[in-house]
Design a protein around this ligand. Structure first.
Ligand code: ATP
Length: 222
């Protein structure tokens, strides 16, 4: 059995926050690979502020090229219309030559908006999630404070989730588990990189040097 992570996003552009957290997830869950999947037409973002999908793909390709456990997929670029995660998960699960368990890797912020995604309830029956949380989140074991994920899962996804502290995941009779994992969240965002670039400032140490150079040479985010 192989274990593979699917990490979707706009990646406009990819940065060290994405790369470091994907690395921590890959090692913690002993994943054979993590596949970065840029959305062609992200359903939740303004198309005008998003760089061409081929450029975003190319920046990820360069960023992951030195780490063999990371890869990039153009599956959403080859599909017409908006990029829906449900279609991508079904694509990866179909026609496997070898048994593979896929995990969907999602940052907490994106996860808490998942009830706006197409066929989101079906997604929870198809694939286990790894939710990347940040330090200080009121989650399980937080005493009398509300458990944000417990409340969200039971109110928006399906009644019946409970937390298993042994595996650090939320379990459900019919849905796949939702693992929570605290990553060293860095205060880096694609928005910050676009803003700095727009002001003509350097983005060094926020994203790999190859990506920085690509942004410069292609005149992106000006
Ligand atoms: P933007 O600033 O344009 O909104 P972003 O930096 O949040 O973009 P996305 O491509 O929207 O990047 O994010 C893809 C995934 O990576 C999401 O699940 C998001 O929660 C996660 N993510 C983004 N930034 C970080 C970070 N610094 N550390 C860990 N995960 C992150």
């Amino acid at each position: 059995m192989k274990y593979r992570g699917l990490f979707g996003g706009t990646f406009n552009p990819v940065h060290f926050g994405h790369l470091r957290s994907a690395y921590e997830v890959q090692t913690k869950f002993s994943l054979d690979s993590v596949c970065f999947i840029p959305a062609a037409i992200p359903p939740h973002k303004q198309p005008s502020s998003v760089a061409d999908a081929k450029d975003r793909f190319e920046m990820i390709r360069m960023a992951v090229s030195d780490y063999p456990k990371f890869c990039v997929s153009d599956v959403e670029l080859r599909r017409s219309g908006p990029s829906y995660t449900i279609d991508t998960v079904k694509h990866f699960k179909a026609n496997r030559a070898e048994p593979v368990l896929f995990y969907l890797i999602v940052g907490l912020d994106a996860f808490l908006e998942i009830n706006t995604w197409k066929s989101f309830k079906e997604l929870f029956s198809l694939v286990p999630f790894i939710v990347m949380t940040r330090p200080g989140l009121n989650c399980q074991d937080s005493g009398d404070k509300p458990d944000v994920l417990y409340d969200f899962l039971n109110s928006e996804i399906s009644v019946g989730y409970s937390f298993s502290s042994q595996d650090s995941c939320y379990i459900h009779d019919t849905n796949q588990p939702v693992y929570v994992f605290e990553v060293s969240r860095m205060d880096i965002s694609s928005t910050k990189i676009r803003e700095l670039t727009g002001k003509g400032e350097s983005v060094c140490f926020l994203t790999p040097a190859k990506v920085e150079l690509f942004i410069k040479n292609r005149g992106l985010y000006r």
